[in-house]
Ligand binder design. Structure first.
Ligand code: DSN
Length: 414
């Protein structure tokens, strides 16, 4: 795979090989990560990276775009079929750029955004003060109910009526439950706000029909293309035809230059894979595996935000069961046994984002490796064993042996 790189740049080739070994020999449970197919990897490494194609298929600012036009059109058509939407822009370089495209299409600086707070599961690009979205717009945030961990839609409606936002953002990076898209649509209508559903994490689950779709309820749907949908890395915007021109101009020339056509090719190839019946099975299994993980954690006394999950991730809140163990400690202890997760803030967080009181754990990547409920149950017990005795060398050795066996039984790439 890295023969040419090896000759030209052994240092980079070596780092790539070691990263590949790391992925093969660890359990990747970062909820936003996945393992794309060899076909998607290949697409992203093609000569399409050489081509400038500012503009859109059939209307470019450069010559020689006939083949990249074909690729971009394939990506668009497949996305329309996957998500059942009128208009698709596949050029955003990331999910954040996709959100930027929507904001630039319909908002002016100083306009108001109402969105889910980051520590309650939201995302930086939904208006956090360290992100452009929090700096350009006036942002108010809603939170989950402290008792249930669920979004309270009556509270959201009351807050929207009070704040009078121009845009309501739903969607999350760490909220384990389904959103009530219809209810959010009603609230947005009631206060005459645009409605953006960011399905970054759940693009694959929505495409496969194992998570409800916001497409009929939201004006705009954004997502990333490399998480549960398992396509080339980047972002995507979907909208009704009436917003198509505004969205397209907000992406190019509004906020991006030339599209990354090798990534657009990776998106097209991944979308083709996602249109097969195998992908539906994959998405169902991803959610089933997360449910099994939540069951093990519950049995073993761990608290989770909202008590469990409807999708591909759980958010463990360590404050009840392990008050002295931080999210950072937990991430490090699990990393030491080759289980890779990320520390995560939890609702009502009192620790810094570098420390946190929670751990976010997801099943998309392990499900791609072929893990089923039995293996996930074992992984769940391994995780709790380590959290219960993070320094215990005997526990570590036992868990490491299990991880090694599971990895060997489920290789990612040939
Ligand atoms: N970084 C992604 C995540 O981990 O959820 C969101 O962009």
């Amino acid at each position: 795979m890295t023969d040419h790189i090896k000759q030209v740049d052994p240092a980079v080739a070596d780092a790539v090989e070691r990263e590949r070994d790391r992925q093969e020999s660890t359990l990747g449970m970062i909820a936003s990560e996945n393992h794309v197919s060899e076909a998607v990897l290949e697409a992203q490494g093609t000569v399409l990276t050489n081509k400038y194609a500012e503009g859109y298929p059939g209307a470019r600012y450069y010559g020689g775009c006939e083949y990249v036009d074909e690729v971009e059109r394939l990506a668009i058509d497949r996305a329309k079929e996957l998500w059942g939407t009128d208009h698709v822009n596949v050029q955003p370089h990331s999910g954040t750029q996709a959100n930027m495209g929507v904001y630039f299409a319909v908002l002016e600086p100083g306009d108001r955004i109402l969105s889910l707070d980051l520590t309650h599961g939201g995302h930086l690009s939904h208006g956090h003060h360290v992100n452009f979205s929090g700096q350009l717009y006036e942002v108010e945030q809603y939170e989950v109910d402290p008792e249930t961990g669920y979004v309270d839609y009556d509270d959201l409606e009351a807050q929207a009526r009070e704040f009078d936002p121009d845009l309501i953002v739903s969607g999350s990076s760490a909220y384990p439950r389904e959103f009530d898209w219809a209810r959010i649509g009603e609230v947005a209508d009631a206060v005459d706000a645009y409605n953006l559903a960011d399905i970054a994490h759940i693009t694959g689950l929505v495409a496969a029909g194992v998570h409800s779709s916001p497409v009929a309820h939201a004006d705009f749907v954004t997502g990333s293309t490399h998480k549960t949908i398992r396509a080339g890395r980047g972002g995507i915007i979907m909208c009704d035809e009436e917003y198509a021109d505004d969205v397209d101009s907000a992406v190019f020339p509004g906020s991006q230059g030339g599209p990354l056509l090798h990534n657009v090719a990776g998106k097209a190839v991944g979308f083709a894979e996602a249109l097969t019946p195998d992908f539906e099975e994959y998405a169902e299994r991803t959610v089933e595996n997360a449910t099994v993980l939540a069951d093990v954690f519950r049995e073993r006394g761990l608290s989770m935000v909202s008590g469990g999950t409807d999708k591909h991730l759980v958010l463990v809140d360590l404050r009840d069961s392990h008050p002295d163990l931080t999210g950072k400690d937990a991430e490090e202890a699990l990393s030491a046994v080759d289980i890779v997760v990320n520390k995560n803030t939890v609702p009502g967080e009192t620790r810094s984002p570098f420390v946190t009181s929670g751990v976010r754990i997801g099943t998309p990547a392990l499900t791609t490796r072929g893990f089923g409920p039995e293996e996930i149950e074992r992984v769940g017990h391994c995780i709790v064993d380590v959290l219960d005795a993070p320094e215990d060398e005997d526990v570590r050795a036992e868990v490491r042996a299990d991880v090694e066996r599971l990895c060997a039984e489920h290789p990612i790439y040939d």
